[in-house]
Design a protein around this ligand. Structure first.
Ligand SMILES: C[S@@+](CC[C@H](N)C(=O)[O-])C[C@H]1O[C@@H](n2cnc3c(N)ncnc32)[C@H](O)[C@@H]1O
Length: 177
């Protein structure tokens, strides 16, 4: 089984009703976006990725795509689509999210992490887990969306290594938190 603990509107899923996936999110909401399109956040299970309601070693894959914005209006369409992080607590929140995702992942399981570094550097985020990224890919208009693959093996000590791997200068970002 696969877990997507913050599925939002499942934009990146080819099959939004894939029976092999447990779709979770902290909210269940419907909105109409500015262009008139409907936005449905309709998880199988409402859950908090900082305290996942599953036993350890349950899933063979976890897909973790948490909110990446701290500077965004509470009622903006970006916040409706992607959620938002709290300026004061985002490090703690994401560290707890990684910790929970790895806890429920089976040994040898894969964690796919997606991050857009418009506001927070990916190196600052991957350093919140002691697991080591295996490989990744950058996409999007300015190559700021990172797809990163981790394997649940024995954790390694990472922080300094991670900072070097994702060498983007802070000056490139408009509003680092
Ligand atoms: C970047 S969006 C996910 C987009 C999704 N992958 C897609 O393809 O549409 C992040 C989602 O995380 C959810 N979220 C925020 N905090 C959460 C938490 N503590 N636990 C679970 N979901 C959370 C938000 O509600 C939002 O829908």
């Amino acid at each position: 089984m696969i877990l997507d603990p913050c599925c939002g509107s499942k934009m990146f899923w080819f099959d939004k009703d894939n029976g092999d996936v447990v779709f979770g999110d902290i909210r269940r909401e419907s909105h109409t976006l500015c262009d008139g399109r409907a936005l449905e956040i309709c998880p199988d299970v409402q859950m908090d990725f900082t305290a996942l309601p599953f036993a350890a070693n349950t899933f063979s894959m976890v897909v973790f795509d948490p909110p990446h914005l701290v500077n965004v209006g509470k009622n903006s369409w970006m916040a409706k689509k992607y959620g938002r992080l709290d300026k004061a607590t985002w490090r703690r929140t994401l560290a707890a999210g990684f910790s929970e995702c790895f806890r429920v992942l089976q040994p040898g399981g894969t964690l796919i992490f997606k991050w857009n570094e418009d506001q927070i550097l990916v190196s600052d985020v991957v350093s919140l887990t002691e697991y080591k990224p295996l490989f990744g890919h950058k996409s999007g208009k300015n190559s700021r969306t990172h797809w990163i693959c981790f394997l649940k093996t024995a954790p390694s000590v990472l922080p300094f290594f991670a900072a070097e791997m994702f060498a983007v200068s802070r000056e490139e970002l408009d509003g680092v938190a």
